[in-house]
Design a protein around this ligand. Structure first.
Ligand code: SAM
Length: 254
């Protein structure tokens, strides 16, 4: 049985590593892409799973009206600190994909970094898409990224480490399961904080569970949730058709 309380939780070491490895503004082509696509967006933008604010903060800095939510208090704490450093008034709260509610509706909802793939149950994913639709204004747009299904059979990542004052943070991945029927990959991520004088001071295990979608399959999921005007872009080139070389798909729908 999967330990639900450990799944995709982005605890304190995971959040620390994320913030060092993917600091505010670090771009995979996505920061520029979302900035461009959101130009002239009418209404507030919502970023579910905004994390440490890697994308949310650059959007705020360009004067866009963005709010976010995330399931991890630790990730949101980084977002808070980084907003404060920049004198920005960030609006974000702790919410989950499947239960979030807002009293207002949004001009756009964005989900970069493949975070939508953290929802591993297809029916739940479609319910979340419906929830996004309900949260959008009439002409509002949903823009989200998915890694292609090619990643389903990629090997686990090699052990990594990051230097911090007086020590290192390490991350190792053990693959627990690839399920080709459910299109899911379950890994055990082990984070450790080693202090130069005290040795191992903390460790943390997170189960990382992702679902990979086929291109047509996701288009159908969007349609079944009531979305129209669906476009697909490849590797952050707007409307570039996906090929076998595509690593990131961006879906846009209204
Ligand atoms: C890959 S990070 C993305 C952070 C940020 N959007 C970015 O682009 O750098 C994924 C985020 O999803 C959040 N998350 C995981 N499960 C979630 C859920 N069920 N509801 C909301 N957020 C969730 C995690 O806490 C984490 O901050």
């Amino acid at each position: 049985m999967k330990k639900k309380y450990l799944i995709n939780r982005y605890g304190s070491l995971a959040s620390w590593v994320y913030h060092i490895d993917k600091p505010i503004g670090k771009s995979f082509g996505d920061v520029e892409y979302y900035l461009e696509r959101l130009k002239g967006c009418k209404g507030t933008i919502l970023e579910p799973a905004c994390g440490n604010g890697r994308i949310l903060i650059p959007l705020l800095e360009r004067g866009l009206d963005v709010e976010g939510f995330d399931a991890s208090i630790e990730m949101l704490r980084y977002c808070d600190i980084e907003c404060e450093k920049r004198g920005l008034k960030g609006k974000f709260r702790k919410e989950m994909f499947n239960t979030f509610t807002y009293s207002k509706s949004f001009g756009a909802i964005i989900i970069p970094a493949g975070s939508f793939q953290l929802i591993t149950d297809v029916n739940e994913a479609i319910d979340v898409l419906k929830r996004f639709k309900l949260a959008l204004k009439e002409k509002g747009r949903l823009i989200l990224d998915l890694s292609t299904i090619a990643s389903l059979s990629e090997p686990p990542m090699q052990a990594r480490q990051w230097r911090i004052p007086d020590g290192i943070l390490t991350l190792t991945e053990d693959r627990e399961e690839i399920n080709y029927i459910e299109q899911t990959v379950l890994s055990q991520l082990r984070y450790e904080h080693w202090d130069a004088n005290k040795g191992l001071v903390k460790n943390e295990i997170d189960l990382f569970y992702l679902r990979y979608w086929g291109v047509k399959e996701f288009e159908l999921a969007l349609k079944s949730a009531g979305f129209v005007n669906i476009s697909i872009s490849s590797n952050y080139e707007y409307l570039k058709a996906p090929t076998n070389e595509t690593h990131t798909l961006t879906f846009e729908a209204s």
